[in-house]
Ligand binder design. Sequence first.
Ligand code: ADP
Ligand code: MG
Length: 232
Amino acid sequence: MTDTPPVIELDRVTKSYPGGVFALRDASLRIWPRELTAVVGPSGSGKSTMLQLMGTLDRPTDGTVRILGHDVASLDDRRLSAVRAGWIGFVFQQFYLTSHLTAVHNVANGLLYHGITRKARLREAATALDRVGLGHRLGHRPHELSGGERQRVAIARALVARPAIVLADEPTGALDSRSGETIIQLLHELHDDGTTITVITHDEGIARAFDRRVEILDGEIRSDSGAGVTAA
Ligand code: ADP
Ligand code: MG
């Protein structure tokens, strides 16, 4: 056994809705540090539900979610917000950038609750944008950027607080295939630099290039190609 807990652990997690809808059923999964994982499955299979639970954006109906060994159920809303802000970076299909803010200010907002000065936030944001290849676009607003560039800004925002994991839900879903490929390539590069990343996708082609593939269907994990090298 290793002393390091999984970054995220789902232990027999179920999410159901009134009327007998099981969005996720009895799912167990451990994500280890430095893993690059794809969760793949068709539309409606429970992928976003799984990501929301992994990211503590939602609480399970049954089972246990642990973040770096901490049981999410034992945390009040204030501590849960702190866990999310400090340890988890999110990337979504629709970017969710603030339209009137420049790229560097959008990214700097990822550090708003980290108790550092505005100047330090902007400096860290510029570094993060440089990391995603947008060091020359700091002053551009979202409408002045391509879709692929907007998603890079969103990725920089997810990375800026140096989270334990980046969770991406269909990050290429709103992009043309070529921009999508460069975003996936960027995620691979960030992983090579040591970032732990889980990507949700319905695209088999994308999932194939990942170290670890978890297949989900009808709310159940159907296969898992296995934990990466750091697993015990
Ligand atoms: P995916 O991301 O793979 O497309 P989702 O996780 O969004 O799938 O949804 C999984 C299933 O759960 C779907 O059948 C969906 O309709 C259902 N579902 C998701 N959210 C809710 C909700 N708030 N209320 C009822 N059913 C929901
Ligand atoms: Mg989804």
